[in-house]
Ligand binder design. Structure first.
Ligand SMILES: Nc1ncnc2c1ncn2[C@@H]1O[C@H](COP(=O)(O)OP(=O)(O)OP(=O)(O)O)[C@@H](O)[C@H]1O
Ligand SMILES: [Mg+2]
Length: 324
């Protein structure tokens, strides 16, 4: 996938404002971005559903504007909102797609059965999709996008609204597609999902790419490690934070209390700093129940590059989940 200078406007809105990206064959690119960043617009252009105003995009060797018919034969798409035929059963939906993709009756039947099994829909296979729950519809939609073994798969927020077990099932199927050679572009609001599946990440905001790189590179960009300290009693968190601030330890930036976790987060860049902070807290008589270091999370990476505060990022995701 080679995308250069993609621009798409809707009236006064510049949904895409010059997007460049490259996805190497057989890899997964995660596209992260807040609501309205332009993720779905990008997926719709790359799957030939809409045309860009300017810029170019080649996918699997085909130009998305000049060779849409050829491109459509090699791509699979799961849109942000499930699109299944309500009147047909789960099996019939998949069988129909298989037949449209030129599978023989026998192969279409076998493949539909296989995909129903993989997405835990076998029991519901004969019921009309109209009676499916939201999560079941999404799974059926995902199964449909994978039925023809597409060389390129687009997944637009594939696990929004799915329960944790089902989310794992979907991740497993995406990994299986990649092992079989597929190239995947995945948009998501879940940092964990990007971390689980993506080789590389592109962060978009207001139609522009604001950061890109390998997951580990993006994490490194944010800086060193975070020292996570858990006091025996969370009530002392503010006092611990103040103690670290007042000690004026060399090179230690402001510590952050995370009441929801009952922990204090201290950004550090060396083992000496780690030792100094733990020694200080011990000397001040704080009883510690846990000490850990971790790389910055993708949430923190996202924050660092978008400038949004944690509360907003977390709140946005929660609202979205609640809405879904
Ligand atoms: N058909 C359309 N007509 C008018 N405006 C549109 C249309 N499609 C998208 N937009 C606008 O383009 C911008 C990008 O929308 P897009 O759906 O690509 O965002 P997104 O990153 O997918 O967001 P979300 O995370 O909410 O799905 C938004 O401001 C949106 O309102
Ligand atoms: Mg979208």
């Amino acid at each position: 996938m080679e995308v250069r200078g993609l621009v798409k406007t809707f009236g006064p809105t510049r949904a895409l404002d010059g997007v460049d990206l490259t996805v190497r064959p057989g890899t997964v690119l995660g596209v992260l971005g807040p609501n309205g960043a332009g993720k779905t617009t990008l997926v719709r252009i790359l799957s030939t559903l809409i045309r860009p105003d300017s810029g170019t995009a080649r996918v699997a060797g085909y130009d998305v504007v000049r060779e849409p018919r050829r491109l459509r034969r090699v791509i699979g798409l799961t849109g942000q909102y499930a699109s299944v035929d309500e009147k047909l059963s789960g099996f019939e939906n998949l069988y129909m797609i298989g037949r449209l993709l030129d599978l023989s009756r026998k192969d279409a039947r076998a493949r539909a059965g296989e995909m129903l099994e993989r997405f835990s829909l076998t029991e519901a296979a004969r019921r009309p999709a109209a009676q499916y729950s939201g999560g079941m519809r999404r799974r059926l939609d995902l199964a449909a996008s994978m039925i023809g073994h597409p060389a390129v798969l687009y997944l637009d927020e594939p696990t929004t609204g799915l329960d944790p077990r089902t989310r794992n099932e979907v991740w497993q199927e995406v990994r299986r597609m990649v092992t079989d050679g597929a190239t995947v572009l995945l948009t998501t609001q879940y940092m964990e999902e990007a971390e689980q599946l993506a080789d590389e990440l592109t962060v978009v905001d207001r139609g522009r790419v604001i950061a890109e790189g390998r997951v580990a590179e993006l994490k490194a960009k944010v800086g060193g490690r975070t020292l996570v300290v858990r006091p025996a009693d969370p009530v002392v968190l503010p006092a611990m934070r103040d103690a670290v601030a007042d000690a004026g330890l060399d090179g230690i930036a402001e510590a952050l209390t995370v009441p929801a976790e009952g922990t204090l987060h201290v950004p550090i860049v060396s083992d000496e700093q780690l030792t100094a902070v733990v020694a200080l807290l011990g000397a001040r008589g704080f009883a510690l129940a846990g000490v850990d270091t971790r790389l910055p999370s993708l949430d923190e990476v996202f924050l660092a590059v978008t400038g949004q505060r944690p509360a907003e990022v977390a709140g946005g995701a929660d609202e979205k989940e609640a809405a879904a």
